[in-house]
Design a protein around this ligand. Structure first.
Ligand SMILES: CC(C)(COP(=O)(O)OP(=O)(O)OC[C@H]1O[C@@H](n2cnc3c(N)ncnc32)[C@H](O)[C@@H]1OP(=O)(O)O)[C@@H](O)C(=O)NCCC(=O)NCCS
Length: 180
């Protein structure tokens, strides 16, 4: 592993998962919540997008845009006054795109209890200042967990591509029906 780590450090076209790890903590204020005092889903998605982008920036070291956000599971509500911590890292890099995983925990400030509240996968695409696609460094998984996420990311990419092709076909069929 030491040898591979040195490769990753010396070759800027290869990066480790650890070098992309990012974290953000927010306190949930009244403006972030609904009438019941629960964090708004859209606000949480915003935090997820930001934390995901941090990992993508650390990997690509160029501009990145969010291409897709999928598999968000809102497991438990987050309450007004809770501290929300989000952690992200790149799961796999492809040509110009990267899949990033984000995990979210809420901490009750009075009891100190911490619960896992949400998880999400996002795809970011690297571009230059003119919007042209940029090639990203490859990712080197080093641990068993990182290797599992690396393999799963390819499966999810194939699933996303199949879903996208299916939606495109549906759109074309609807348009053709409209013309008939
Ligand atoms: C993301 C974007 C740059 C892709 O551009 P494009 O010309 O469609 O690029 P391509 O079809 O050649 O795909 C380029 C890469 O993006 C990936 N990609 C494109 N659309 C995707 C999607 N919906 N989901 C996942 N990946 C996607 C492709 O798989 C490809 O990855 P690879 O280079 O690693 O193989 C373009 O669609 C865009 O600018 N979207 C808006 C982004 C934005 O504004 N985000 C904020 C949301 S408000």
């Amino acid at each position: 592993m030491g040898e591979r780590m040195r490769d990753a450090e010396m070759n800027p076209m290869v990066r480790t998962v650890a070098s992309t790890q990012s974290e953000m903590t927010e306190i949930i204020l009244p403006n972030d919540t609904n009438m019941l005092g629960n964090l708004l889903g859209g606000r949480l998605m915003h935090f997820i997008d930001l934390t995901g982008a941090m990992a993508a920036y650390r990997h690509a070291r160029t501009h990145v845009v969010t291409a897709a956000m999928d598999h968000i599971d809102f497991i438990r509500p987050v309450r007004l006054g809770d501290l929300v911590t989000l952690k992200s890292s790149v799961n796999r890099a492809f040509t110009s795109s990267m899949e990033v995983g984000v995990k979210v925990w809420a901490e009750n400030t009075r009891t100190g209890g911490v619960v896992h509240v949400a998880s999400a996968y996002l795809v970011f695409v690297a571009i230059d200042e003119h919007g042209r696609l940029q090639k990203v460094p490859q990712l080197l998984p080093e641990t068993a967990d990182e290797s599992r996420r690396y393999a799963d990311a390819l499966r999810r990419r194939k699933h996303r591509e199949a879903e996208s092709a299916r939606r495109k076909e549906e759109r074309l069929a609807t348009e053709t029906q409209g013309e008939a």
